[in-house]
Design a protein around this ligand. Structure first.
Ligand SMILES: Cc1cc2nc3c(=O)[nH]c(=O)nc-3n(C[C@H](O)[C@H](O)[C@H](O)COP(=O)(O)OP(=O)(O)OC[C@H]3O[C@@H](n4cnc5c(N)ncnc54)[C@H](O)[C@@H]3O)c2cc1C
Length: 339
């Protein structure tokens, strides 16, 4: 483990859409930021869970793919020269005379005058089906997220699950994969009714195979290459589905991870904040985006953007004590560059 120690104005924990916009909001107020993320890329849920899905409720973008939104947010943050510490979770936050000292699992140490927690649902991970040897196939033949639809072109794909992700990806891959088989324990899907109806229509046309009521039982293959998925019916009947890829969509497990140990006031795995400032119960630590909660909170990217502005303004007096803020619109100030 290497140990480095750097200084910054604001440490942002989480490089999802909201953490990225916080770099911009801090930068516009003259504050430098270091950003930490457990994932090895920025973008949070947008990048990891649905990069190719269009988002329709970002102001001024009638439609934008999640990956493009992240690219644009990263570009907007660029003039402020953020320093990214990726691929390692922040484990400790300790009080120091002038602020906080953050340490991640890779040993990077950053001293900051204020901390903004934009950690989404915490360290998130997929719920794995309990199948012997599944780890060997993960990343090559077993995927919990679709990063690129093209990776499934002309493949035989088994999708397991009955919620929105299973149904949406079955619909999306139907005209790209060689074969799509949907394994679900119940005849009814818990997806948007319109999507479930489209799934059944495609199944009736023979474009999708519904394997119902069955559940995953075992995997067959060589090394990391899958050759078949074995499924059992609730009555004990076994079927062998020849397949190249398995997409198990059994939801995400949400785990606050080390954040739960930082002495912040929590409410059902979320950080309670004052809505006007996004201040947490610990002075100098702010929380924004999906992880922050207050009465009336909407878990939307656009709410997170507004919270980033509130937190940056509330953090500024900690970075520049005693300096009054002369508020200016961006049309007046332009975008200052921080090197
Ligand atoms: C399928 C799907 C579709 C959606 N569609 C929409 C939509 O149309 N419109 C909309 O507004 N919202 C939508 N959302 C919700 C939206 O994605 C979230 O509101 C948004 O991602 C929240 O952003 P965030 O930056 O707060 O958190 P996240 O995107 O969750 O990012 C948080 C980041 O923090 C990191 N992290 C957590 N703990 C630590 C730690 N200890 N150390 C270091 N890093 C840490 C995580 O690795 C993660 O990258 C959708 C979500 C899903 C799953």
């Amino acid at each position: 483990m290497t140990e480095t120690r750097e200084r910054t104005d604001v440490a942002i924990i989480g490089g999802g859409p909201v953490g990225l916009f916080a770099i911009f909001e801090c930068g516009m107020l003259g504050m430098r930021a270091h950003v930490f993320d457990a994932l090895d890329t920025v973008g949070g849920q947008c990048a990891a869970l649905y990069p190719e899905k269009p988002i329709y409720d970002i102001p001024a973008y009638p439609r934008i793919e999640a990956a493009e939104l992240i690219d644009r947010l990263a570009e907007q943050a660029l003039p402020f020269s953020p320093r990214y510490h990726l691929g390692s979770q922040v484990e400790r936050i300790e009080r120091e005379a002038e602020g906080w000292l953050l340490t991640n699992a890779a040993g990077a140490c950053v001293a900051a005058k204020a901390v903004i927690v934009a950690a989404g649902v915490g360290a998130f991970g997929p719920n794995r089906p309990p199948l012997a040897g599944i780890e060997a196939f993960e990343g090559k033949s077993v995927h919990y997220y679709v990063k690129r639809r093209e990776d499934f072109r002309d493949k035989r794909v088994v999708i397991a699950g009955g919620g929105d992700s299973a149904v949406d990806w079955a619909l999306s891959l139907a005209d790209c994969a060689k074969q799509v088989m949907v394994v679900h324990r119940r005849p009814k899907f818990r997806a948007a009714p319109e999507s479930a109806a489209r799934l059944e229509a495609l199944a009736a046309q023979g474009a999708i195979d519904l394997v119902i009521p069955f559940q995953l039982a075992a995997l067959e293959g060589e090394g990391s290459s899958l050759s078949a998925v074995l499924v059992d019916s609730l009555k004990g009947e076994r079927r062998r589905l020849e397949a190249d890829m398995l997409l198990p969509f059994f939801g995400l497990s949400m785990n606050l991870g080390p954040i739960a140990e930082w002495g912040l006031d929590l409410e059902r795995s979320h950080i309670r904040v004052a809505p006007a400032s996004c201040a947490t119960s610990v002075p100098g630590i702010f929380a924004i985006g999906d992880i922050a909660t207050y009465p009336g909170k909407l878990k939307l990217i656009l709410s997170g953007f507004a919270e980033a502005a509130l937190a940056a303004h509330a953090a500024r007096p900690l970075v520049f004590p005693g300096e009054a803020l002369h508020f200016e619109y961006s049309t007046t100030s332009g975008v200052p560059r921080l090197s």
